[in-house]
Design a protein around this ligand. Structure first.
Ligand SMILES: Cc1ncc(C[n+]2csc(CCOP(=O)(O)OP(=O)(O)O)c2C)c(N)n1
Ligand SMILES: CC(=O)[C@@H](O)[C@H](O)COP(=O)(O)O
Ligand SMILES: [Mg+2]
Length: 590
C-alpha cells in the first residue's frame, strides 16, 4: 500500500475540504491534532448553538473520535456510536463538515448517524443501549467492529444482555466505554458508582468487566490523544471482545457547558421566537406537582430524563417521590407495576418514542393486571428536528391494543390539567396522557359537552363532523372556519379520551353526513381507525375518513413543516375535507 500523501498542514479548513479526512489525520503530528481538536470544538459550538442539537456529548468525544479514526479504518472497520447523539465529530471526520450548514434541517444533515448520509454510519440509531448488540451481530457476521457506549447508555438492560453474550464470544469487538460520569443524574444506580470506583482506583480495585471475563484497558484520560490511541491500538490486537474505559468530560472546552452542572449543555435548542403559550412539559410538571400535593399515593418515574420530562419541580418538592431508574424504560414500567401492586399510583413520564421499548411491560405487567399506572408521553406525534426515530407517532396505534388501557390527548394546557387529574384518579387500570413537543395552544372553550366529548363548534349545517385528537383541535377549528366560508358546515368535537372514544361521538356522527378524524399519529390503526369501528359498531351509516400520518419513517425537519407536508395544518385539513365532501356529494368512494 502506498503511503498516504500528507497535506502541507492539517487544520479545520483543509479537513472540511478533504473528502477522506481520516487519511490526513493519520499523517498529522501531535501538535497539529491538538490544535485541530480546539478548532473542532469551536466549529461544534458555533454550528450547534445555531442549529440546536447535542453539544456537551460531542464536545466530550473530540479526541476520542480523532483517535478512533486514526487507529481504525472506517468503513472497513465499523464504528458504532451508541445512541448516536455524539456522532457529530465522526461526521466531521468523514467528509460531512460542510453539511453542518443545514444541521437538523429538512433535507440537511441528520443529528444522528444516518446510513443514507454516509457509508461510515453503520446503524440509524438514537434509542440508547443498542450498540453492543449491533456489534455482537456484526462481529458474528465477520465484520471488525468498534462500539462506543456512554456510561448513561450502559445503564440500559440491553447493554447487559449484549455484554453477557460478548464476554464469551471469540470474535474481536472493541468496546469503548465513554465515561463522562453523566447520563442525566450521575448518582443514579450502581453502574455509575462502579465506574466512579474504577476511575478512583485507577482500575486496580474490583472490576465488573474483568469479573465477567473481558480484558479491560483503563481507565484512560479520554482527552489525552496519545494515551487513547495507544489503548485502542492495544485493544485492536485482541481476537475477542475487549473493554477500553475512557474518561472524558462532557462539555469539555466550552466554559458554559463545563459550568452547566445540570447536564453540561447535553442538548441545546435552536434559538428562535418563543412560542406564545406555556410549554406542554412545563404545564405537566406544574399540574403533577399540585396533584401530588393532594394525593400522597402519587409517585413518578423517569428513565434518565428528569428535566426533559418536566419532573424537576416534583423532585424538588418531594424528592422521595421521584424515582430515576437510568436509561431503563422496561424497568421503569415493570417497577411501576410493582409500585401499583404495592398500593401507589405511579406516573411514568417518558417520551412517546421511548415507551415503545417497554411495550411488553405495558401489556403484560401493567395491562394484564389492570394496574393503575399513568403513562405521560411527552414528544408525542411529530417531534421535528430529531427525525425518524424520535417521532412519537406510533403510541396510539400500539397502546390501543392493550386491553383496559385508556388514552387521553389534551388539546391545550387546561385540558392537560383536567385529564391528568382524571388519569391519576383512575384506580381501575392503566391510563395514558400524550402531548407534543413545544408550546400548548391557547385554551379552547367547549360550546357543549356530551359525556367526555367536548363540542368546540357546531357547523351552520350538519354536513361534516370533524373529530380531532389533542392539539389538532386548534388546527381543526381554523379549517372549519375556512370550510364554512366555502359553504360546508363543520362541527368540531374533541373526545379528549382518544381511546376508547366515548359513544357520544357516534350519536353526533349520526347527525352528520360525513365524519373526518385528524390526529398526529399513524393513520392506520390509530385514533381514527378506532373511531370508525365505534361508529360502525353503533350501526351509524355515516362514512368515517381518518386523516393522520402515513405509516412511514419520517425524516427530520420542523414539526410545523412535517405536519404541513402531511396535510395536518389548517390549509391541509381544509383541502382534504373539501375534497372528501365534494366526493361524498358526488356519491364517490370515501
Ligand atoms: C431508550 C432511550 N431512552 C432515553 C434516551 C434519551 N437520551 C439521549 S442521550 C441520553 C443520555 C446518554 O448518556 P450517555 O450514554 O452517558 O451519553 P453522554 O450524553 O453522557 O455522552 C438520554 C437519556 C434515549 N436516547 N434512548
Ligand atoms: C434527550 C435526548 O438526548 C434526545 O432524546 C433528544 O435530544 C430530544 O430532544 P428534545 O428533548 O429537545 O426533544
Ligand atoms: Mg455519559
Amino acid at each position: 500500500m502506498s503511503a498516504p500523501i500528507r497535506p502541507a498542514h492539517l487544520d479545520l479548513e483543509s479537513l472540511l475540504e478533504d473528502p477522506t479526512p481520516a487519511a490526513s489525520l493519520r499523517c498529522a503530528q501531535p501538535a497539529e491534532l491538538r490544535a485541530l481538536a480546539g478548532e473542532l470544538r469551536e466549529f461544534l459550538v458555533e454550528a450547534v448553538c445555531r442549529a440546536g442539537g447535542h453539544l456537551g456529548s460531542n464536545l466530550g468525544v473530540v479526541e476520542l473520535t480523532i483517535a478512533l479514526h486514526r487507529v481504525f479504518d472506517s468503513p472497513r472497520e465499523s464504528l458504532i456510536f451508541d445512541t448516536g447523539h455524539q456522532s457529530y465529530v465522526h461526521k466531521l471526520l468523514t467528509g460531512r463538515g460542510r453539511d453542518f450548514d443545514a444541521l437538523r434541517e429538512a433535507g440537511g444533515l441528520s443529528g444522528y448517524p444516518s446510513r443514507t448520509e454516509s457509508e461510515h454510519d453503520v446503524a440509524e440509531n438514537s434509542h440508547a443501549s443498542t450498540a453492543l448488540s449491533y456489534a455482537d451481530g456484526l462481529a458474528r457476521a465477520g465484520r471488525p467492529v468498534v462500539a462506543v457506549v456512554g456510561d448513561g447508555a450502559l445503564t440500559g438492560g440491553l447493554c447487559w444482555e449484549a455484554l453477557n453474550n460478548l464476554a464469551t464470544s471469540d470474535r474481536p469487538v472493541v468496546i469503548v466505554l465513554n465515561d463522562n460520569g453523566r447520563s442525566y443524574d450521575p448518582t443514579v444506580g450502581a453502574v455509575g458508582r462502579h465506574l466512579a470506583d474504577l476511575r478512583d482506583t485507577a482500575g486496580t480495585g474490583p472490576n465488573l468487566f474483568r469479573a465477567l471475563g473481558f480484558p479491560y484497558l483503563g481507565p484512560i484520560d479520554g482527552h489525552d490523544l496519545t494515551a487513547v490511541e495507544e489503548a485502542l491500538r492495544a485493544a485492536k490486537e485482541f481476537t475477542r471482545p475487549v473493554v477500553v474505559h475512557c474518561v472524558t468530560g462532557k462539555g469539555r472546552g466550552y466554559r458554559p457547558a463545563e459550568l452547566d452542572l445540570a447536564d453540561h449543555l447535553h442538548a441545546v435548542s435552536r434559538p428562535g421566537p418563543a412560542g406564545s403559550g406555556a410549554q406542554w412539559t412545563t404545564v405537566f410538571g406544574e399540574r403533577l406537582l399540585e396533584l401530588a400535593a393532594e394525593r400522597p399515593r402519587v409517585v413518578a418515574l423517569t428513565a434518565a430524563m428528569l428535566r426533559p420530562t418536566g419532573l424537576l419541580p416534583l423532585a424538588e418538592a418531594f424528592p422521595e417521590r421521584v424515582i430515576d431508574v437510568g436509561i431503563a424504560e422496561q424497568h421503569a414500567v415493570a417497577a411501576a407495576a410493582g409500585l401499583a401492586l404495592g398500593g401507589l399510583h405511579p406516573v411514568v413520564a417518558v417520551y412517546s418514542t421511548f415507551l415503545t421499548r417497554a411495550m411488553d411491560q405495558v401489556l403484560m405487567d401493567v395491562g394484564l393486571h389492570r394496574l393503575p399506572v399513568t403513562f405521560v408521553l411527552d414528544r408525542a406525534g411529530v417531534t421535528g428536528e430529531d427525525g425518524a426515530s424520535h417521532h412519537g407517532m406510533w403510541d396510539i396505534a400500539l397502546l390501543r391494543t392493550v386491553p383496559g388501557l385508556r388514552i387521553a390527548a389534551p388539546r391545550d394546557a387546561g385540558t392537560l390539567g383536567s385529564l391528568l387529574r382524571q388519569a391519576v384518579a383512575d384506580d381501575e387500570g392503566p391510563t395514558v396522557l400524550r402531548f407534543p413537543k413545544g408550546s400548548a395552544p391557547a385554551d379552547l372553550t367547549a360550546v357543549d359537552s356530551r359525556g367526555d366529548v367536548d363540542v368546540l363548534r357546531f357547523g351552520k349545517r350538519p354536513d361534516v363532523l370533524l373529530v380531532t385528537a389533542g392539539p389538532l383541535a386548534a388546527t381543526g377549528l381554523r379549517a372549519a372556519v375556512a370550510l364554512e366560508h366555502r359553504g360546508i358546515g363543520v362541527t368540531v368535537c374533541d373526545p379528549r379520551w382518544v381511546h376508547p372514544v366515548d359513544p357520544a361521538v357516534a350519536e353526533l356522527a349520526a347527525k352528520h353526513q360525513l365524519v373526518v378524524t385528524a390526529e398526529d399519529g399513524v393513520r392506520g390503526g390509530g385514533f381514527g381507525t378506532g373511531l370508525a369501528q365505534l361508529v360502525a359498531d353503533a350501526g351509524v351509516p355515516v362514512p368515517v375518513h381518518p386523516l393522520g400520518l402515513p405509516s412511514r419513517f419520517l425524516a427530520h425537519g420542523s414539526r410545523a413543516a412535517i405536519l404541513r407536508e402531511h396535510g395536518l395544518d389548517a390549509t391541509g385539513l381544509t383541502a382534504s375535507i373539501q375534497h372528501l365532501w365534494t366526493t361524498a356529494e358526488l356519491g364517490g368512494e370515501l
